[in-house]
Structures are given as structure tokens and as C-alpha cells.
Design a protein around this ligand. Structure first.
Ligand code: HEM
Ligand SMILES: CC(C)=CCC/C(C)=C/CC/C(C)=C/COP(=O)(O)OP(=O)(O)O
Length: 300
């Protein structure tokens, strides 16, 4: 292999440990948090540096997760092909990469955004990369409920990047992702339960069985449908958001009910894919509604 091809391969491995697709959605929710924090346009420097800083921190957290989970990843079909278990990158390379990403993100957030955003982002990073990955994941089937707080932080981080303070509306956005995370993950975990059992990771479908997990998914989906009404009930957003959220919730609840009525092995994976489209669209509706003239969205 010539050196150019070799360096492209290396680059693709480094990008793989960043979990780029997950990070893109995380960054999108952060940008929506920034937009909702101000009635006008987000200051372009905050938009740029905030997005970069939060994105690099999330990618750094994902790289640390790859490092810590390398042995578990080796035992699971879904994760076996990752760069560390495959020997395409070694631990030192991933550690240096993760540290570089994390340090750069903190410098960016402290100097170009504000210290509170840097502190909260750092807590989210430690929450996912250390508290969830090292401790919770192997300790309790409630791992992703508690660990979900890290993944739910980005819209709050975006909000704080713009205003420098924590507002109740930002906590509503946090709450939406927090309640969305268990059905998002458990749908996948039902399908992948044999993988988790083989790796001895106590995910809910392993410890309490798929049937119980399906009931829990329905429970969280109902709470999610209620929590997503808050932006409208509190006057953050208007009817365009409400209409969009209602359609999306009908789909989410439809999947949750279908999971209890059907034993189709692939249905949980379809719900998992839908959960990603759901969150992306829900935040797109928050954004759209925010920028529409009030006469169109009829804020009460
Ligand atoms: C503790 C919280 C979370 C857990 C345990 C979790 C778990 C997972 C897992 C196991 C996957 C499959 C990844 C793969 O096959 O490589 C996944 C995919 C995904 N997750 Fe989550 N997730 C969480 C939070 C989030 C958050 C907060 C977001 C975005 C806001 C998100 C967005 C996504 C996306 C976009 C994918 C698809 C990635 C792809 O297709 O490669 N997740 N999640
Ligand atoms: C802003 C900031 C610093 C946030 C960091 C939060 C972050 C990157 C959350 C991602 C959540 C996620 C992909 C969990 C996967 O679970 P897993 O690691 O158990 O899944 P796996 O088996 O696919 O590795």
C-alpha cells in the first residue's frame, strides 16, 4: 500500500472512533439549543466556535469510549470490526487523539465561547466517557437511563453558549432527549441482546428479558409524548411545532405498541432507526417554528 492510501485508511479509522453520525445529531441538537436561546440570529462566532467545541468534545468522548470498551467490543458482533479490536489503531494512538480533541475543545470553549459552556461540556464528556462507560454500563440495567444525561446535555450546552446562563427552557430540551434515550437504545438492545449477554453487559433485555423491556419502551414513549408537549405548553414554540411533534409522537407510540403485539425480530431495529429520524425531525420542527413569523405559528 502506498503512503497516500495508508494515510487515508488511518484517517478513516480515526474518524470511525469519533462516532461521526451520533456526533452530527448531537451537534444539530446543540445548534437548535443556540437558536432557541435568542429571538434573533445566533452570533456567527458563537455558532462556529460553539459547534466546533461541543462537536470535538463529543468526538473525544466517543474516542475514549472506544478505548475503554475495546475488549467488550471484541466480544460483540456489532462492534467487532471497530479500529481497536481490529488492530487498525493502537491504544496509544486513540488515547493521544482523544486527549488532543478534548484539550482543543476545552480551549475553544473557554476562550471563544464562555467558561460555563466549557464546564458543562466537560461534565457531559466525563459523564459519558467515564461514569457511563467505566462504571454504569457494567453495573446496572439502568445504565443508559442515568448515562443518558450526558447525551441529553447538548441543547443545554448550545443555549448556555449563547446566553452564558441556564434557562428553564433549555432544561425542557434536555428533558426531551433524556426521556428519548431509553426507547432509542433499548429498541436496539432487544435485537442485540445476545451480543450483550455474551459480553456480560447487564442491559435491560439481558437482565429483565425482552418482554419487560418492551413495556419499559412503551412507558418512556408515553412520557416522551407528554414531555414534547412542554415547548408548546410553556409558550416556547407554536402550533407548527405542536403539529410536527404530534405526528412524530403518533409514529413513536405506534412502534412502541407494535413492539408489544408483534414478535417480528426486525421490528425493534425499525423502531431504533425511527427514533433517530424522530429526534432529528423534532429538533428541526423546533427550529422551523422558532424562525416562522408569530402570525404563522400562533403562539398562544
Ligand atoms: C446513553 C445514551 C445513548 C446510548 C446508550 C446510545 C446507544 C446507541 C447505540 C448502541 C447505537 C448503535 C451504534 C452502532 O451501531 O455503532 C446508537 C446509534 C445512534 N445514536 Fe445513540 N445512544 C445514546 C444517545 C444518543 C444521543 C444523545 C444521540 C443524538 C442526539 C444519539 C444518536 C444516535 C445516532 C444518530 C445513531 C446512529 C449511528 C449510526 O448509524 O452509525 N444517541 N446509539
Ligand atoms: C457533549 C458531549 C461531550 C457529549 C458526549 C455524549 C456522547 C458522545 C454520547 C453518545 C452516546 C452513545 C453513542 C452511546 C453509545 O453507547 P455505547 O457506548 O454503550 O455503545 P457502543 O456499544 O456502540 O459503543
Amino acid at each position: 500500500m502506498n503512503t497516500q492510501v495508508l494515510s487515508q485508511v488511518r484517517l478513516s479509522h480515526f474518524l470511525a472512533v469519533c462516532k461521526l453520525k451520533v456526533v452530527s445529531l448531537i451537534v444539530f441538537t446543540a445548534v437548535v439549543g443556540m437558536a432557541l436561546a435568542t429571538p434573533g440570529i445566533v452570533p456567527l462566532d458563537i455558532l462556529f466556535w460553539g459547534t466546533l467545541g461541543i462537536g470535538m468534545a463529543a468526538a473525544g468522548a466517543a474516542a475514549i469510549n472506544h478505548l475503554i470498551d475495546a475488549r467488550t467490543d471484541q466480544m460483540m458482533t456489532r462492534t467487532r470490526n471497530r479500529p481497536l479490536p481490529q488492530g487498525q489503531l493502537n491504544e496509544r494512538q486513540v488515547l493521544s487523539f482523544a486527549m488532543a480533541l478534548t484539550a482543543t475543545s476545552m480551549v475553544i470553549l473557554v476562550y471563544f465561547v464562555n467558561p460555563l459552556t466549557a464546564i458543562l461540556t466537560f461534565f457531559s464528556l466525563v459523564g459519558y466517557a467515564v461514569i457511563y462507560t467505566v462504571f454504569l454500563k457494567r453495573a446496572t440495567p439502568q445504565n443508559i437511563v442515568i448515562g443518558g444525561a450526558a447525551g441529553a446535555a447538548p441543547p443545554l450546552l448550545g443555549w448556555v453558549a449563547v446566553t452564558g446562563e441556564i434557562h428553564a427552557y433549555a432544561l425542557v430540551l434536555f428533558l426531551i432527549i433524556f426521556v428519548w434515550t431509553p426507547p432509542h437504545f433499548w429498541a436496539l438492545a432487544i435485537y442485540r441482546r445476545h451480543d450483550y449477554a455474551a459480553a456480560d453487559v447487564p442491559m435491560l433485555p439481558v437482565t429483565h428479558g425482552p418482554r419487560y423491556t418492551r413495556w419499559q419502551i412503551l412507558f418512556y414513549s408515553i412520557i416522551l409524548a407528554l414531555v414534547t408537549l412542554l415547548p408548546w405548553l410553556l409558550g416556547m414554540n407554536g402550533l407548527v411545532y405542536l403539529a410536527g411533534a404530534s405526528v412524530l409522537n403518533a409514529g413513536f407510540l405506534g412502534y412502541a405498541v407494535a413492539l408489544l403485539r408483534s414478535d417480528d425480530e426486525m421490528l425493534p431495529m425499525r423502531m431504533f432507526s425511527y427514533s433517530i429520524v424522530y429526534l432529528m425531525m423534532l429538533f428541526a420542527f423546533l427550529l422551523l417554528d422558532h424562525y416562522l413569523p408569530p402570525s404563522l405559528t400562533l403562539v398562544p
